[in-house]
Write a protein that binds this ligand. Structure first.
Ligand code: SF4
Length: 240
């Protein structure tokens, strides 16, 4: 991106600290239905759903878990069948061998160390096989008090386009967001960016002309003096 455009974009929208609350408030008004798209009835189903959602869509996971959760109701149930049977039951989510292995390992630890319950802290969740920071963040946020900010592909793209981070690594992006986003918004923030990313700030063709953030976004096409387009190489990460 040309330096002149970066400077123009930064001046046009102002500092990120002044923009973050208006951005969140506008997204809350725009996407009041922005919640997790996975279907679950309890903490165990939440954990399993999030683990299965790696590398596939929430819609696909929900299709699989309709039957899965009728058959597997407790951690014992996942260990009572053969690995092959569990693999077969989650096959449609992809990477099913690795996911089945992680699920079985997780269920064993839940039984051995947590009385069969899903633990509540980041450190405890990260001890479960196949549970990385993103999965743990989703589980904790859905249970009430977020201890971090979930960074998926949409959160990453929109945070970059909005000039909230210049990082590529999800852990570093989360660190930037934690410093910027008021804690009261930590639960809602990822859902808002995910839904805005699906509906408006689409990866290949952002719809800046109908975006409620276009006067607050350094990557907006409407404000691009040089014709640089948002998305791809045109995001305004350097403007943070
Ligand atoms: S103005 Fe454009 S680039 Fe910025 S958030 Fe909206 S759709 Fe995305």
């Amino acid at each position: 991106m040309a330096r002149s455009y970066v400077k123009e974009a930064r001046q046009r929208v102002g500092p990120k600290r002044d923009r973050i609350v208006p951005v969140v408030e506008r997204l809350l008004a725009e996407h009041p239905d922005a919640t997790i798209a996975l279907t679950f009835r309890n903490d165990l189903e939440l954990l399993v759903s999030v683990m299965l959602s790696a590398q596939t869509t929430d819609v696909n996971v929900n299709r699989v878990t309709v039957r899965l959760f009728e058959k597997y109701r407790t951690p014992h149930d996942y260990l009572a069948v053969s690995p092959e049977e569990l693999e077969n039951d989650i096959r449609a989510t992809g990477f099913f061998r690795q996911k089945a292995k992680s699920l079985r390992g997780t269920m064993a630890i839940l039984l051995e160390e947590f009385d069969g319950q899903v633990p509540g802290t980041m450190d405890e969740l990260l001890r479960l096989p196949g549970v990385a920071r993103k999965t743990a963040n989703v589980v904790i946020a859905e249970r009430g008090e977020a201890q971090g900010i979930v960074v998926d592909t949409h959160v990453r793209r929109l945070s970059q386009r909005l000039g909230f981070t210049r990082q590529e690594d999800p852990v570093k992006i989360e660190r930037d967001l934690i410093r910027l986003v008021p804690r009261r918004y930590w639960n809602a923030f990822p859902h808002l960016l995910i839904w805005h990313g699906r509906r408006v700030c689409i990866a290949r063709a952002p719809r800046c002309e109908v975006c409620v953030l276009n006067d607050l976004c350094p990557s907006s096409r409407l404000g691009a003096a040089s014709g640089a387009a948002p998305g791809g190489a045109g995001s305004a990460r350097d403007s943070v």
